[in-house]
Write a protein of this length. Structure first.
Length: 211
């Protein structure tokens, strides 16, 4: 089996020791850093597709993401040395008043697996902070999560705060979470709605492919 396929399979299986071993061997052989990265991201893409089809579940995704992150930690310094930039940058967080983060973390992992640089604001994030961090890091996408019907209206506040500060046109806003649907996203003025983590990665990846 070709080394890139082995690396992809190791990510898919969540085999962290094998991922690190295959990455190190590829580095030692002088393989192109982009090729190493692409092999890992390809594996995470398969994980996302299986998750979307309910063929695997959250624990398997978390294990695969942990294995991926181990490999990414090894290649990031080399990518920085070679001047390779991430495909794009995004801010992600759970809205003010909501302390749930499992869904947010899954989306974050999928976006990292898609080759993006992610600024994770955590939970209970006020609207102003979404704007401040988006501007400070010059991000392209803002991902907003909510799990409670009592906090989902805070997403509207995030959108309106970007508008009030005159910077709404600088970012795309994607919303998601258990109580959220496409109709709500459209109603509050968000650009995208993601029903699950894999869809979120697909939406953002497609967005950057156009730019």
């Amino acid at each position: 089996m070709e080394w890139s396929n082995q690396l992809s399979q190791a990510v898919q299986g969540g085999n962290a020791p094998d991922v690190k071993a295959f990455v190190q061997e590829a580095i030692d052989r002088g393989e192109d850093i982009n090729a190493i990265l692409d092999a890992m991201l390809a594996g995470m893409t398969v994980v996302g597709q299986k998750f979307k089809k309910n063929e695997i579940f959250v624990p398997e995704v978390l294990i695969a993401a942990r294995a991926l992150n181990g490999g990414l930690d090894m290649v990031k310094p080399l990518l920085m040395e070679s001047g390779v930039k991430p495909k794009g940058k995004a801010v992600i967080g759970t809205v003010e008043g909501d302390l749930h983060d499992i869904g947010k973390n899954l989306v974050k992992m999928m976006l990292v697996g898609a080759g993006l640089d992610i600024i994770d604001l955590g939970v209970d994030v006020p609207p102003e902070r979404f704007v401040d961090e988006a501007l400070a890091h010059d991000v392209d996408v803002v991902c907003v999560s909510a799990l409670l019907t009592t906090t989902m209206d805070k997403m509207r506040d995030v959108v309106s705060t970007f508008e009030a500060r005159g910077v709404r046109d600088r970012v795309k806003i994607m919303v998601g979470g258990a109580p959220v649907n496409a109709s709500f996203a459209e109603k509050i003025g968000a650009d995208y709605y993601a029903p699950d983590a894999a869809s979120a990665a697909e939406i953002v990846t497609a967005l950057f492919a156009k730019t």
